[in-house]
Ligand binder design. Sequence first.
Ligand SMILES: Cc1ncc(COP(=O)(O)O)c(C=O)c1O
Length: 425
Amino acid sequence: VLTVIARINVKNSDLLTNEEFETVQQSRYFLKSTINMPATPYYFDHAATSAPKSSAVIAAMTSYLEHSGKSMGRGSYQESVQLDREIMQTRVLLNRFIGGQNANHVIWCQNGTDALNLAILGMIQPGDHILTTSLEHNSVLRPIQHLVETQRVTCEELSPLARGVVTADQVHEAIAAHKPQLVICTHASNVTGITQPIAAIGEVCQRAQIPFLVDAAQTVGHLPINMLEQKIDLLASSGHKGLGGPLGTGFLAIGESCAQKLKPIRFGGTGSSSESAQQPQQLPDRFESGNLNVPGILGLKAALEEAGRTSPRLRRLHEIALIELLLTSLKVIPGLQIFEPQVSAENRIGVISVTSEVLDPHTLGQILDTDFQIQVRAGLHCAPHAHRHYGTLESGGTLRISIGHTTTPVAIEYLTQALRTILGV
Ligand SMILES: Cc1ncc(COP(=O)(O)O)c(C=O)c1O
Protein backbone atom coordinates (compact mmCIF):
# COMPACT_ATOMS: atom_id res chain seq x y z
CA VAL A 1 0.00 0.00 0.00
CA LEU A 2 2.76 2.38 0.90
CA THR A 3 4.50 2.00 -2.40
CA VAL A 4 1.22 2.77 -4.11
CA ILE A 5 0.63 5.85 -1.95
CA ALA A 6 4.07 6.95 -2.93
CA ARG A 7 3.25 6.67 -6.57
CA ILE A 8 0.11 8.72 -6.16
CA ASN A 9 1.97 11.39 -4.33
CA VAL A 10 4.47 11.85 -7.09
CA LYS A 11 3.23 11.57 -10.61
CA ASN A 12 2.13 8.09 -11.46
CA SER A 13 -1.50 8.39 -10.39
CA ASP A 14 -2.53 7.05 -13.78
CA LEU A 15 -1.27 3.66 -12.57
CA LEU A 16 -4.38 3.38 -10.39
CA THR A 17 -8.08 3.12 -11.06
CA ASN A 18 -10.35 5.58 -9.27
CA GLU A 19 -11.45 2.83 -6.92
CA GLU A 20 -7.89 1.92 -6.01
CA PHE A 21 -7.14 5.58 -5.50
CA GLU A 22 -10.04 5.87 -3.00
CA THR A 23 -8.85 2.82 -1.09
CA VAL A 24 -5.36 4.14 -0.83
CA GLN A 25 -6.53 7.59 0.23
CA GLN A 26 -8.46 5.99 3.07
CA SER A 27 -5.55 3.85 4.24
CA ARG A 28 -3.40 6.92 4.07
CA TYR A 29 -5.62 8.76 6.53
CA PHE A 30 -5.78 5.68 8.70
CA LEU A 31 -1.99 5.71 8.78
CA LYS A 32 -1.85 9.37 9.64
CA SER A 33 -4.19 8.96 12.60
CA THR A 34 -1.87 6.47 14.31
CA ILE A 35 0.30 9.32 15.64
CA ASN A 36 -0.75 12.78 16.72
CA MET A 37 -0.25 15.52 14.17
CA PRO A 38 1.54 18.62 15.44
CA ALA A 39 -0.22 22.00 15.35
CA THR A 40 2.62 23.57 13.39
CA PRO A 41 5.10 21.81 11.10
CA TYR A 42 8.23 20.21 12.46
CA TYR A 43 11.08 21.81 10.55
CA PHE A 44 14.05 19.64 9.59
CA ASP A 45 15.52 21.79 6.81
CA HIS A 46 17.85 24.00 8.84
CA ALA A 47 20.61 23.34 6.27
CA ALA A 48 18.59 25.47 3.84
CA THR A 49 17.96 28.25 6.35
CA SER A 50 17.33 28.47 10.09
CA ALA A 51 13.72 28.80 11.18
CA PRO A 52 11.92 30.21 12.99
CA LYS A 53 14.02 33.36 13.35
CA SER A 54 14.32 34.42 16.97
CA SER A 55 12.18 37.18 18.44
CA ALA A 56 15.33 39.30 18.93
CA VAL A 57 16.05 39.12 15.18
CA ILE A 58 12.45 39.98 14.32
CA ALA A 59 12.41 42.85 16.83
CA ALA A 60 15.66 44.35 15.49
CA MET A 61 14.44 44.25 11.91
CA THR A 62 10.96 45.52 12.71
CA SER A 63 12.30 48.34 14.84
CA TYR A 64 14.60 49.50 12.02
CA LEU A 65 11.79 49.33 9.45
CA GLU A 66 9.34 51.09 11.74
CA HIS A 67 11.59 53.83 13.06
CA SER A 68 14.23 54.38 10.41
CA GLY A 69 14.33 52.62 7.03
CA LYS A 70 17.23 54.91 5.98
CA SER A 71 20.42 53.94 4.17
CA MET A 72 23.88 53.79 5.71
CA GLY A 73 27.21 54.99 4.35
CA ARG A 74 25.55 57.75 2.34
CA GLY A 75 24.25 60.62 4.49
CA SER A 76 26.10 62.77 7.02
CA TYR A 77 22.99 63.22 9.16
CA GLN A 78 23.05 61.67 12.60
CA GLU A 79 20.72 58.80 11.87
CA SER A 80 22.75 57.59 8.91
CA VAL A 81 25.98 57.91 10.92
CA GLN A 82 24.40 55.87 13.72
CA LEU A 83 23.46 53.17 11.21
CA ASP A 84 27.06 53.15 9.90
CA ARG A 85 28.15 52.57 13.48
CA GLU A 86 25.76 49.65 13.96
CA ILE A 87 26.79 48.00 10.71
CA MET A 88 30.42 48.37 11.78
CA GLN A 89 29.61 46.89 15.20
CA THR A 90 28.10 43.90 13.39
CA ARG A 91 31.32 43.47 11.39
CA VAL A 92 33.29 43.56 14.65
CA LEU A 93 31.02 40.96 16.30
CA LEU A 94 31.21 38.68 13.28
CA ASN A 95 34.96 39.10 12.89
CA ARG A 96 35.38 38.05 16.52
CA PHE A 97 33.03 35.11 16.00
CA ILE A 98 35.19 33.70 13.18
CA GLY A 99 38.63 34.68 14.48
CA GLY A 100 39.24 37.03 11.56
CA GLN A 101 42.11 39.50 11.30
CA ASN A 102 40.31 42.73 10.56
CA ALA A 103 36.64 43.72 10.89
CA ASN A 104 36.95 45.92 7.78
CA HIS A 105 37.73 42.78 5.82
CA VAL A 106 34.29 41.33 6.54
CA ILE A 107 32.34 42.01 3.34
CA TRP A 108 28.54 41.95 3.36
CA CYS A 109 27.07 39.73 0.66
CA GLN A 110 23.57 38.64 -0.30
CA ASN A 111 24.10 35.06 0.84
CA GLY A 112 26.74 32.32 0.88
CA THR A 113 26.54 31.93 -2.90
CA ASP A 114 27.27 35.60 -3.46
CA ALA A 115 30.26 35.43 -1.08
CA LEU A 116 31.65 32.38 -2.90
CA ASN A 117 31.23 34.09 -6.28
CA LEU A 118 33.20 37.09 -5.03
CA ALA A 119 35.98 34.89 -3.64
CA ILE A 120 36.30 32.61 -6.68
CA LEU A 121 35.81 35.14 -9.51
CA GLY A 122 37.83 37.74 -7.59
CA MET A 123 40.87 35.50 -7.01
CA ILE A 124 41.20 33.65 -10.29
CA GLN A 125 43.07 34.83 -13.41
CA PRO A 126 42.72 33.34 -16.90
CA GLY A 127 44.60 30.04 -17.22
CA ASP A 128 44.71 29.39 -13.44
CA HIS A 129 44.25 25.98 -11.86
CA ILE A 130 41.84 25.34 -8.96
CA LEU A 131 41.93 22.42 -6.51
CA THR A 132 38.64 21.54 -4.85
CA THR A 133 36.56 18.57 -3.70
CA SER A 134 33.60 16.63 -5.03
CA LEU A 135 31.67 17.55 -1.90
CA GLU A 136 31.17 21.15 -3.00
CA HIS A 137 27.87 22.95 -3.44
CA ASN A 138 26.85 24.35 -6.85
CA SER A 139 27.72 27.80 -5.49
CA VAL A 140 31.35 26.65 -5.79
CA LEU A 141 31.01 24.29 -8.76
CA ARG A 142 29.15 26.69 -11.04
CA PRO A 143 31.44 29.74 -10.71
CA ILE A 144 34.34 27.34 -11.39
CA GLN A 145 32.54 25.89 -14.42
CA HIS A 146 31.97 29.44 -15.69
CA LEU A 147 35.72 30.12 -15.43
CA VAL A 148 36.55 26.81 -17.11
CA GLU A 149 34.31 27.71 -20.04
CA THR A 150 35.33 31.35 -20.39
CA GLN A 151 38.85 31.78 -19.01
CA ARG A 152 40.79 28.59 -19.77
CA VAL A 153 40.74 27.72 -16.08
CA THR A 154 41.35 24.09 -15.12
CA CYS A 155 40.09 22.33 -12.03
CA GLU A 156 40.81 19.13 -10.10
CA GLU A 157 38.29 17.64 -7.69
CA LEU A 158 39.35 15.37 -4.85
CA SER A 159 36.84 12.75 -3.77
CA PRO A 160 36.45 11.87 -0.10
CA LEU A 161 38.19 8.73 1.10
CA ALA A 162 37.00 6.61 4.01
CA ARG A 163 34.39 8.11 6.35
CA GLY A 164 33.41 10.86 3.92
CA VAL A 165 36.56 12.93 4.44
CA VAL A 166 38.99 14.59 2.02
CA THR A 167 42.37 14.41 3.74
CA ALA A 168 45.20 16.92 4.03
CA ASP A 169 47.50 14.29 2.45
CA GLN A 170 45.33 14.22 -0.67
CA VAL A 171 45.51 18.02 -0.85
CA HIS A 172 49.28 17.93 -0.29
CA GLU A 173 49.80 15.47 -3.17
CA ALA A 174 47.52 17.37 -5.55
CA ILE A 175 49.27 20.66 -4.76
CA ALA A 176 52.66 19.08 -5.41
CA ALA A 177 51.45 17.66 -8.73
CA HIS A 178 49.59 20.65 -10.18
CA LYS A 179 50.43 23.82 -8.20
CA PRO A 180 46.91 25.31 -8.06
CA GLN A 181 46.33 29.06 -7.59
CA LEU A 182 43.41 28.45 -5.20
CA VAL A 183 42.28 25.58 -2.94
CA ILE A 184 38.57 25.44 -2.06
CA CYS A 185 37.00 23.12 0.49
CA THR A 186 33.66 22.99 2.23
CA HIS A 187 33.89 22.94 6.03
CA ALA A 188 31.17 20.28 6.16
CA SER A 189 29.31 18.44 3.44
CA ASN A 190 25.75 19.64 3.07
CA VAL A 191 24.80 16.09 2.01
CA THR A 192 26.44 13.88 4.66
CA GLY A 193 27.05 16.51 7.34
CA ILE A 194 30.60 15.23 7.80
CA THR A 195 33.15 17.85 8.83
CA GLN A 196 36.37 18.18 6.85
CA PRO A 197 39.88 18.58 8.33
CA ILE A 198 40.04 22.29 7.61
CA ALA A 199 42.92 23.15 9.95
CA ALA A 200 45.15 20.39 8.50
CA ILE A 201 44.32 21.42 4.92
CA GLY A 202 44.93 25.07 5.86
CA GLU A 203 48.37 24.11 7.17
CA VAL A 204 49.24 22.35 3.89
CA CYS A 205 48.06 25.35 1.84
CA GLN A 206 49.94 27.85 3.98
CA ARG A 207 53.18 25.87 3.64
CA ALA A 208 52.70 25.85 -0.14
CA GLN A 209 51.67 29.55 -0.09
CA ILE A 210 48.40 28.84 -1.88
CA PRO A 211 45.27 30.79 -0.85
CA PHE A 212 42.73 28.63 0.94
CA LEU A 213 39.00 29.39 0.56
CA VAL A 214 36.60 27.65 2.97
CA ASP A 215 32.88 27.37 2.28
CA ALA A 216 31.53 27.64 5.80
CA ALA A 217 27.86 28.10 4.83
CA GLN A 218 26.88 25.01 6.82
CA THR A 219 29.16 25.53 9.80
CA VAL A 220 29.34 29.14 11.00
CA GLY A 221 27.24 29.21 14.16
CA HIS A 222 27.44 25.42 14.53
CA LEU A 223 31.17 24.72 14.74
CA PRO A 224 33.90 26.86 16.26
CA ILE A 225 35.87 28.63 13.51
CA ASN A 226 39.08 30.58 13.80
CA MET A 227 40.46 31.85 10.51
CA LEU A 228 43.88 32.62 11.95
CA GLU A 229 44.34 29.32 13.79
CA GLN A 230 42.89 27.24 10.97
CA LYS A 231 44.94 29.14 8.38
CA ILE A 232 41.93 30.12 6.29
CA ASP A 233 42.59 32.95 3.81
CA LEU A 234 39.01 33.44 2.65
CA LEU A 235 35.90 32.39 4.56
CA ALA A 236 32.54 32.51 2.77
CA SER A 237 29.26 31.92 4.56
CA SER A 238 25.57 32.61 4.76
CA GLY A 239 24.31 34.69 7.69
CA HIS A 240 20.89 33.02 7.63
CA LYS A 241 21.75 29.42 8.48
CA GLY A 242 23.67 28.49 11.67
CA LEU A 243 23.97 32.11 12.76
CA GLY A 244 20.18 32.50 12.76
CA GLY A 245 20.14 35.77 10.80
CA PRO A 246 17.53 36.57 8.14
CA LEU A 247 17.61 35.49 4.50
CA GLY A 248 19.49 37.93 2.30
CA THR A 249 22.56 37.94 4.56
CA GLY A 250 25.98 36.45 3.88
CA PHE A 251 29.60 37.49 4.10
CA LEU A 252 33.11 36.96 2.84
CA ALA A 253 35.89 37.41 5.39
CA ILE A 254 39.21 38.18 3.75
CA GLY A 255 42.56 37.40 5.36
CA GLU A 256 45.49 39.83 5.04
CA SER A 257 47.15 37.50 2.53
CA CYS A 258 44.35 38.06 -0.04
CA ALA A 259 43.28 41.62 0.79
CA GLN A 260 45.38 43.18 -1.98
CA LYS A 261 44.87 40.48 -4.57
CA LEU A 262 41.08 40.05 -4.49
CA LYS A 263 39.40 41.90 -7.38
CA PRO A 264 35.89 43.32 -7.10
CA ILE A 265 33.25 41.67 -9.25
CA ARG A 266 30.71 44.50 -8.89
CA PHE A 267 31.26 48.19 -9.39
CA GLY A 268 29.34 51.33 -8.42
CA GLY A 269 28.59 53.84 -5.71
CA THR A 270 30.12 53.20 -2.31
CA GLY A 271 29.44 56.58 -0.64
CA SER A 272 33.23 57.10 -0.56
CA SER A 273 35.87 58.58 -2.97
CA SER A 274 33.00 59.66 -5.23
CA GLU A 275 35.25 61.97 -7.26
CA SER A 276 37.20 58.96 -8.56
CA ALA A 277 36.19 57.08 -11.70
CA GLN A 278 37.63 53.94 -10.18
CA GLN A 279 36.36 51.63 -7.50
CA PRO A 280 37.92 52.62 -4.13
CA GLN A 281 40.80 50.39 -3.05
CA GLN A 282 40.08 50.36 0.67
CA LEU A 283 38.08 47.60 2.33
CA PRO A 284 35.21 47.05 2.75
CA ASP A 285 34.26 49.69 0.14
CA ARG A 286 36.07 47.94 -2.74
CA PHE A 287 33.54 45.12 -2.55
CA GLU A 288 30.39 46.84 -1.30
CA SER A 289 28.81 48.83 -4.12
CA GLY A 290 25.22 49.98 -3.75
CA ASN A 291 22.98 50.18 -0.71
CA LEU A 292 23.45 47.37 1.76
CA ASN A 293 20.77 45.12 3.22
CA VAL A 294 20.56 47.21 6.40
CA PRO A 295 17.49 45.46 7.91
CA GLY A 296 19.09 42.07 7.26
CA ILE A 297 22.43 43.05 8.78
CA LEU A 298 20.70 44.50 11.85
CA GLY A 299 18.78 41.24 12.20
CA LEU A 300 22.08 39.38 11.96
CA LYS A 301 23.54 41.68 14.62
CA ALA A 302 20.75 40.66 17.01
CA ALA A 303 21.42 37.00 16.20
CA LEU A 304 25.15 37.42 16.86
CA GLU A 305 24.47 39.17 20.16
CA GLU A 306 22.19 36.29 21.18
CA ALA A 307 24.74 33.69 20.15
CA GLY A 308 27.38 35.58 22.14
CA ARG A 309 25.42 34.99 25.34
CA THR A 310 26.05 31.22 25.30
CA SER A 311 29.45 29.62 25.17
CA PRO A 312 30.21 28.13 21.71
CA ARG A 313 31.32 24.95 23.49
CA LEU A 314 27.97 24.55 25.25
CA ARG A 315 26.08 25.22 22.02
CA ARG A 316 28.15 22.59 20.25
CA LEU A 317 27.70 20.04 23.08
CA HIS A 318 23.93 20.56 22.95
CA GLU A 319 23.98 20.07 19.19
CA ILE A 320 26.17 16.95 19.42
CA ALA A 321 23.60 15.45 21.83
CA LEU A 322 20.80 16.12 19.33
CA ILE A 323 22.84 14.73 16.41
CA GLU A 324 23.60 11.62 18.48
CA LEU A 325 19.88 11.18 19.24
CA LEU A 326 18.93 11.61 15.58
CA LEU A 327 21.68 9.28 14.39
CA THR A 328 20.89 6.49 16.85
CA SER A 329 17.13 6.79 16.24
CA LEU A 330 17.57 6.57 12.45
CA LYS A 331 20.12 3.75 12.58
CA VAL A 332 17.63 1.32 14.09
CA ILE A 333 14.89 1.88 11.50
CA PRO A 334 14.93 -1.22 9.27
CA GLY A 335 15.29 -0.49 5.56
CA LEU A 336 16.70 3.00 6.04
CA GLN A 337 20.29 3.60 4.87
CA ILE A 338 22.25 6.40 6.50
CA PHE A 339 25.14 7.96 4.63
CA GLU A 340 28.38 7.26 6.50
CA PRO A 341 26.61 5.83 9.61
CA GLN A 342 29.93 4.94 11.26
CA VAL A 343 30.95 8.62 11.62
CA SER A 344 30.23 9.82 15.16
CA ALA A 345 28.18 12.89 16.10
CA GLU A 346 31.38 14.74 17.11
CA ASN A 347 32.57 14.63 13.50
CA ARG A 348 29.31 15.79 11.99
CA ILE A 349 27.04 18.78 11.85
CA GLY A 350 23.29 18.27 12.18
CA VAL A 351 22.78 17.16 8.58
CA ILE A 352 22.01 13.51 7.85
CA SER A 353 21.15 11.95 4.50
CA VAL A 354 19.12 8.76 4.25
CA THR A 355 17.61 6.60 1.54
CA SER A 356 14.93 3.96 1.85
CA GLU A 357 14.73 0.53 0.25
CA VAL A 358 11.01 1.04 -0.34
CA LEU A 359 10.39 4.68 -1.29
CA ASP A 360 12.35 7.18 -3.32
CA PRO A 361 13.50 10.30 -1.42
CA HIS A 362 10.99 12.67 -3.05
CA THR A 363 8.05 10.43 -2.22
CA LEU A 364 9.21 9.92 1.33
CA GLY A 365 9.69 13.68 1.75
CA GLN A 366 6.28 14.39 0.32
CA ILE A 367 4.49 11.92 2.62
CA LEU A 368 6.34 13.34 5.62
CA ASP A 369 5.09 16.79 4.64
CA THR A 370 1.51 16.11 3.65
CA ASP A 371 0.68 13.42 6.17
CA PHE A 372 2.86 14.31 9.15
CA GLN A 373 3.66 18.02 8.85
CA ILE A 374 7.39 17.25 8.77
CA GLN A 375 9.51 19.43 6.50
CA VAL A 376 12.65 17.83 5.09
CA ARG A 377 14.52 18.19 1.82
CA ALA A 378 14.72 15.56 -0.90
CA GLY A 379 17.00 15.52 -3.92
CA LEU A 380 20.57 16.50 -4.71
CA HIS A 381 20.84 19.47 -2.30
CA CYS A 382 22.77 21.41 -4.99
CA ALA A 383 25.75 19.09 -4.56
CA PRO A 384 25.59 16.82 -7.65
CA HIS A 385 29.20 15.63 -7.51
CA ALA A 386 28.76 14.37 -3.94
CA HIS A 387 25.83 12.29 -5.21
CA ARG A 388 27.90 11.05 -8.13
CA HIS A 389 30.47 9.91 -5.55
CA TYR A 390 27.85 8.13 -3.43
CA GLY A 391 26.00 6.65 -6.42
CA THR A 392 22.77 8.57 -5.77
CA LEU A 393 22.92 11.00 -8.70
CA GLU A 394 20.61 8.99 -10.95
CA SER A 395 18.28 7.67 -8.24
CA GLY A 396 16.84 10.95 -6.97
CA GLY A 397 19.50 11.81 -4.40
CA THR A 398 18.76 11.47 -0.72
CA LEU A 399 16.30 12.56 1.91
CA ARG A 400 18.15 15.16 3.97
CA ILE A 401 17.21 15.72 7.59
CA SER A 402 18.86 18.76 9.11
CA ILE A 403 18.52 20.10 12.63
CA GLY A 404 19.26 23.49 14.16
CA HIS A 405 19.30 25.38 17.43
CA THR A 406 15.51 25.22 17.76
CA THR A 407 15.18 21.47 17.16
CA THR A 408 13.92 19.53 20.19
CA PRO A 409 14.27 15.86 21.19
CA VAL A 410 10.46 15.61 20.96
CA ALA A 411 10.61 16.66 17.30
CA ILE A 412 13.26 14.00 16.61
CA GLU A 413 11.10 11.38 18.34
CA TYR A 414 8.10 12.43 16.23
CA LEU A 415 10.14 12.26 13.01
CA THR A 416 11.39 8.78 13.89
CA GLN A 417 7.86 7.58 14.63
CA ALA A 418 6.58 9.05 11.38
CA LEU A 419 9.31 7.32 9.36
CA ARG A 420 8.55 4.00 11.07
CA THR A 421 4.85 4.43 10.34
CA ILE A 422 5.41 5.25 6.69
CA LEU A 423 7.87 2.40 6.19
CA GLY A 424 5.64 0.02 8.16
CA VAL A 425 8.39 -1.10 10.53
C1 LIG B 1 27.77 24.02 1.55
C2 LIG B 1 26.96 25.18 1.04
N1 LIG B 1 27.57 26.19 0.42
C3 LIG B 1 26.90 27.26 -0.03
C4 LIG B 1 25.55 27.37 0.13
C5 LIG B 1 24.83 28.58 -0.40
O1 LIG B 1 24.39 29.36 0.63
P1 LIG B 1 23.21 30.43 0.38
O2 LIG B 1 21.94 29.66 0.39
O3 LIG B 1 23.32 31.35 1.55
O4 LIG B 1 23.49 31.08 -0.90
C6 LIG B 1 24.85 26.35 0.77
C7 LIG B 1 23.39 26.44 0.92
O5 LIG B 1 22.68 25.53 1.11
C8 LIG B 1 25.58 25.23 1.24
O6 LIG B 1 24.97 24.22 1.85
